[in-house]
Write a protein that binds this ligand. Structure first.
Ligand code: GLU
Length: 315
């Protein structure tokens, strides 16, 4: 079915690997309310590429919880697990550009090398914006022929994006500096240009043997496939946007506008987690809360919204 053409199309894109919590409800509601105000389209996408952790009962739970809150998408739900061929095509395109390579170092080899590096330099190893150490094995450590031979032998590998080559390729393609437009205060608010800094992520993983795509790759393929004009999501994904705009440029996909909203924190100031069942919508409902209670708790029913706090792009 063709999606309704709309100048404002946004989406809520949870992963069905656990129950939705108040933070998800907030994100979904910020999307729905923006779509309503703009006369736009609200879509739902289930990010279920990790078939080992995602379960059908969680997917059903997401639809139930959203319905309980009165949230219904304007078009059929897109499930990423039905689109592995589209992600494979995107990887093949990057491969043809020479920008991805198979990497054979195991997690424990990487961890060991990071410890070695830290003890040799007496300093913490460089880390990505999520705090994970950058992989200390450069692409140049092995020839392309040696990598191809190992892959042909069936050795386990991940597919990594050659970050330096990708940034150079974007420069060669032209089109100006890598950046995105961030809506201020509200999703349809005034747009501010943010310069992307994808280099900080190092050679990110774009596919694994067991999961033949990644969050970064599938999110850009799907946002384009669903005609998303405004990506509205939590501030925890702010820095990931640098990788997303890089991939969009390389794959010839449009860059939507972005709005990264504030996160709902628990009483101790921590981000809510799927592993803490106390704040799950399911648990709140079972304890007798009504959807109005949840809306009130999120301060959305009255239209009162907390000030979004933006991370400074340089951090
Ligand atoms: N699936 C991601 C999550 O549950 C969100 C992806 C996005 O909004 O870009 O955190």
């Amino acid at each position: 079915m063709a999606l309704p053409a709309s100048p404002f199309t946004c989406r809520f894109a949870p992963s069905p690997n656990g129950r939705l919590h108040l933070g998800h409800a907030f994100s979904a509601l910020v999307n729905v309310e923006a779509a309503r105000r703009m006369g736009g389209t609200f879509l739902l996408r289930l990010e279920d590429i990790d078939t080992t952790r995602c379960r059908p009962e969680y997917a059903r739970g997401i639809l139930d919880d959203l319905a309980w809150l009165g949230i219904f998408p304007d078009a059929p739900v897109r499930r990423q697990s039905a689109h592995f061929a589209a992600y494979a095509a995107a990887i093949a395109r990057l491969e043809a550009m020479g920008l991805v390579y198979p990497a054979f170092e195991s997690r424990s080899q990487i961890a060991g090398a990071v410890i070695g590096l830290e003890s040799a330099t007496g300093r913490p190893a460089p880390r990505d914006p999520d705090g994970a150490p950058l992989v200390p094995f450069p692409r140049s450590a092995m020839t392309n022929a040696a990598r191809a031979a190992l892959r042909d032998q069936g050795a386990p590998f991940v597919v990594r994006l050659d970050m330096a080559a990708s940034i150079a390729a974007v420069r060669d393609l032209g089109g100006g500096p890598l950046s995105w437009k961030e809506a201020q205060d509200v999703p349809e608010g005034p747009l501010k240009t943010v310069e992307a800094d994808a280099a900080r992520w190092g050679d990110v993983v774009l596919a694994r043997k067991d999961v033949p795509t990644s969050y970064h790759l599938s999110v850009v393929v799907d946002d384009a496939a669903q005609g998303i004009t405004h990506v509205i999501r939590g501030m925890d994904l702010y820095h990931a946007t640098s990788v997303h705009v890089l991939l969009q440029r390389l794959l010839g996909l449009p860059t939507p506008a972005y709005h990264h909203h504030r996160l709902i924190l628990d009483d101790s100031g921590y981000k809510l987690s799927k592993s803490n069942s106390a704040t799950s919508l399911h648990a709140l409902r079972a304890a007798g809360a009504t959807s109005q209670d949840v809306l009130r708790r999120l301060q959305l029913a009255s239209g009162a919204r907390g000030e979004p706090a933006y991370p400074t792009p340089s951090t």
